[in-house]
Design a protein around this ligand. Structure first.
Ligand code: ZN
Length: 141
């Protein structure tokens, strides 16, 4: 399994640690075989990252994913995780009220439905390249 992985777990851990440290957030990282890229567990401060084959396909995907989830940790730190959770759920409810025939539809395009998702993804898209270059120089990728 490890032989076919595009980045080894030790390199992944070093990159994640560098990004988290730079954002001054405390997060515990767990690798899980999930079909979503990653998941930030509100309140527990746990970042689950998929190690399922074919989900995160390359270095760019990986860095964007880590930055996106790190930004959720930053949001949680800024607002307090309970406030963030409530505000997040409020936006889901609002979306569902406006789309009563498609209650789960917000999950298809989270960026459209939820401002916190839009913000995290924008942040990741804007900043992945500088981290990519940095990690390349350090021979992590
Ligand atoms: Zn997100």
């Amino acid at each position: 399994m490890l032989l076919t992985e595009f980045i080894r777990e030790s390199e992944k851990n070093q990159m994640i640690a560098a990004i988290l440290k730079d954002h001054k957030v405390r997060v515990r990282v767990v690798y899980k075989s999930i079909k979503d890229y990653a998941y930030y567990v509100f309140g527990k401060g746990i970042l689950e990252i998929s190690n399922k084959k074919g989900v995160i396909r390359n270095e760019k995907d990986f860095i964007i994913t880590v930055l996106h989830e790190t930004w959720h940790a930053v949001q949680a730190t800024k607002m307090g995780w309970k406030k963030l959770r409530d505000a997040y759920e409020m936006e889901i409810s609002k979306w569902q009220l406006e789309n009563p025939k498609d209650m789960a539809g917000w999950m298809r395009d989270k960026r459209k439905a939820i401002s916190f998702e839009n913000e995290a993804e924008k942040y990741a898209q804007k900043n992945w390249k500088q981290w990519y270059n940095k990690f390349k120089k350090q021979n992590l990728i």
